[in-house]
Write a protein that binds this ligand. Structure first.
Ligand code: BG6
Length: 442
């Protein structure tokens, strides 16, 4: 059972709140993980009612427990009023913790943090939940972290990378540790290469301004893909010590870098889907919607193993997975292990087997543990994020040092692209990522 909780969603009218947060809250409210007393306050500039947010959705809990607070997020007096409003709610919720979820564009989250601090709302039982991107490069991330530190302690901060909270990302930790066969072969002696893919079918879905400033390198590689790489490459925590995971991820990131001896054009490919320029109404824009990036690790366990990160929008299919290709030898074929994060969560091992019949024919087939078939519906990442923040569990959140390390890793590439404007591959929507990467070689 958790503490009485007031969840304040700043930016409740936004897309993330409607698509992810509200359904997640409703699910949690129906589960055993719901705090005994749980109220949700939606903060917005507009004069609207909970019904305007809930719309036609069937959210019985939110209908009773969501209230709205109208304020100007740039006006300190309004923060004082919010403080008073929360104090009134707390009267029937003794010892309540307050979670501020900033579901707003990154450029306005900084002033909000400052005004929360100045108005005294950052004190006491307060937590701050922040959405990526955390900065736009290494320097701005450092500045952002310093700025936030003035008002909040590190343990009050919950920086969300929802990929870490995906069911199969969590399972990666258990799967590696819980199986002697996997644990013993999880190193350079057995693994030939590692590829981490997050391909999307959708385009930028109207997020023009955000995407033009961000691009795939900052949007997906710097956060989601590097966090999946960290989970794959890290040393496992001691048995039962999941709280060691963030430090282990950090260590893995500290060992990662772009190849020192290669130029950016040799270790990275950037692409843009055809029609993007028109969509964002910016002819000649070089914002990338596709990235293929090769990395290396200095960790003794992984020295010499190529690590490839691959992401793009407007591709053939939605698929997020971690692929480990096992080494082959003179007599034996290679095997492949796939940790599939979405859409069909599961673990797949590609094995060679004799095809039944009179002839001696050998083929590769999948041994597949399909989680939805086995367990039914799986929790959404945002449910886990909220439950963990409520329960003060930091394991699946990104620490400030991890944020800085991830920016450090991509900094040489970011600079190279900024300076040279290196080759941008144009691809048709619906292409396969491998075929786009090949175009860079031709
Ligand atoms: C977000 C990115 O962090 O993740 C989006 O900003 C992307 O561009 C999304 O579409 C993908 O998340 P998921 O959970 O659908 O794979």
């Amino acid at each position: 059972m958790s503490k009485p909780t007031i969840l304040v969603i700043v930016g409740i009218t936004g897309d993330l709140s409607k698509r992810k947060l509200l359904p997640a809250i409703e699910k949690i409210a129906q589960s055993r993980s719901k705090p005994d007393q749980f109220k949700i306050v939606g903060v917005t500039r507009q004069a609207i009612k909970p019904r305007d947010i809930i719309g036609k959705e069937n959210y019985p809990y939110l209908e009773d427990h969501l209230s709205m607070f109208q304020m100007d997020l740039t006006n300190i007096d309004d923060y004082e009023k919010l403080k008073k409003h929360l104090a009134d709610l707390e009267k029937t919720m003794w010892g309540a913790q307050k979670l501020f979820y900033l579901s707003v564009p990154p450029q306005i989250s900084q002033p909000i943090v400052e005004l929360l601090g100045k108005s005294g709302l950052a004190n006491g039982e307060t937590k701050l939940l922040l959405e990526k991107p955390f900065g736009t490069d290494l320097a701005s991330a450092e500045e952002l972290i310093q700025h936030t530190k003035k008002h909040f302690e590190e343990d009050q901060l919950y920086r969300i990378d929802h990929y870490l909270a995906k069911e199969m990302a969590q399972n990666l930790i258990v799967f590696r540790e819980g199986n002697a066969l996997i644990k013993r072969t999880w190193n350079k002696d057995f693994i030939e290469s590692i590829t981490i893919v997050a391909s999307e079918k959708i385009g930028i879905e109207g997020r023009t301004a955000f995407y033009e400033q961000t691009g795939a390198l900052r949007d997906i590689v710097q956060s989601h893909l590097l966090q999946l790489a960290a989970l794959t490459l890290m040393d496992s925590p001691a048995p039962g010590k999941l709280n060691q995971v963030p430090a282990r991820r950090l260590q893995a990131l500290q060992n990662l870098h772009v190849p020192h001896t290669k130029a950016a054009a040799e270790y990275a490919v950037r692409g843009q889907y055809k029609g993007y320029e028109k969509e964002v109404e910016n002819p000649g824009t070089t914002t990338e919607t596709f990235v293929r990036l090769e990395l290396e690790s200095d960790d003794e366990r992984w020295k010499g193993v190529p690590i490839t990160l691959l992401t793009g929008k407007g591709l053939a299919e939605k698929s997020t997975e971690v692929r480990l290709t096992y080494k082959k030898d003179e007599l034996h074929e290679a095997n492949e292990l796939r940790i599939k994060l979405q859409p069909d969560e599961g673990i797949e091992l590609r094995l060679w087997a004799k095809v039944p019949g009179y002839e001696w024919r050998v083929e590769q087939h999948e041994l597949n543990l399909a989680f939805r078939e086995r367990f039914g519906e799986l929790p959404e990442a945002y449910e886990q994020v909220l439950v963990d923040a409520i329960n003060s569990n930091h394991t699946l959140f990104t620490g400030s040092d991890e944020v800085l390390e991830s920016w450090r890793i991509i900094e040489p590439l970011r600079r190279a692209w900024e300076m040279s404007g290196s080759k941008l591959i144009r691809y048709k929507t619906g292409e396969k990522p491998e075929s786009i990467a090949e175009k860079a070689i031709i």
